[in-house]
Design a protein around this ligand. Structure first.
Ligand SMILES: C[S@@+](CC[C@H](N)C(=O)[O-])C[C@H]1O[C@@H](n2cnc3c(N)ncnc32)[C@H](O)[C@@H]1O
Length: 204
């Protein structure tokens, strides 16, 4: 946890506001329309996806979020939902934790794989935690294939990692994911940076 994590948890919603309202809300709604419980969401942040889940009586949501400050924000924003969520304040990179968890029908990761420490390890854990016929649903910003933007991302990466609380702005998350999962739906879109949205199943 960096010393900026608490500040980051307070600034996240105001900073993301315009992008969220103009583009991401619609994308989240589309991504999460076919969620089947039990659901695992990793790095839920301030809970931007929570209003798109159908909290029916049989809905079952587990959140693994490493920042206690982000979990605090969720609890403040969604007091009516917190009884229905199992919060695990830990890292998705924790091997011991993963070995103790059940499997899920849906795993959701939005804007999270950019900030995990070891992307390959996390992808391995997601594969382990997903039922064979389950779905991984992702929206992640990625390194641009455009020569200028991609290089620009490489240059600003060290500074960005500090202000973005560990965010790797130049990660080829789409490429890494497609080594272990295959997309049944995928979409690339631009929203200031390049984004990858996908509904994926496990490759064998
Ligand atoms: C950029 S925010 C995204 C929040 C939210 N998913 C969204 O779509 O707005 C990334 C979140 O991932 C969390 N995170 C980063 N690394 C993590 C890890 N290894 N395990 C669990 N959560 C992690 C951070 O604490 C942060 O809340």
């Amino acid at each position: 946890m960096s010393k900026y994590s608490k500040i980051f948890s307070h600034l996240y919603d105001p900073v993301m506001g315009v992008l969220e309202n103009k583009i991401l809300k619609e994308k989240r709604k589309f991504l999460l329309q076919e969620v089947k419980p039990p659901v695992l969401e990793i790095g839920a942040g301030t809970g931007a996806n929570l209003c798109f889940y159908n909290f029916s009586p049989d809905f079952d949501l587990t959140i693994i979020e490493k920042s206690p400050y982000m979990v605090e924000q969720i609890k403040k924003k969604f007091p009516d939902k917190i009884d229905k969520i199992q919060f695990i304040v830990d890292s998705i990179e924790n091997k011991h934790l993963i070995s103790q968890l059940p499997r899920f029908n849906t795993i959701v990761s939005t804007l999270t794989l950019c900030s995990v420490g070891n992307l390959e390890l996390v992808i391995e854990h997601l594969k382990q935690l997903l039922h064979n016929n389950g779905k991984l649903l992702v929206i992640e910003h990625i390194r641009s294939n455009h020569r200028f933007y991609g290089t620009f991302q490489d240059v600003i990466y060290p500074a960005w990692k500090i202000i973005g609380d560990g965010c790797h702005i130049n990660r080829k998350i789409d490429v890494a994911l497609k080594k272990e999962f295959y997309p049944i739906y995928e979409e690339y879109f631009f929203a200031g940076v390049d984004f990858y949205l996908a509904k994926m199943r496990k490759s064998n």
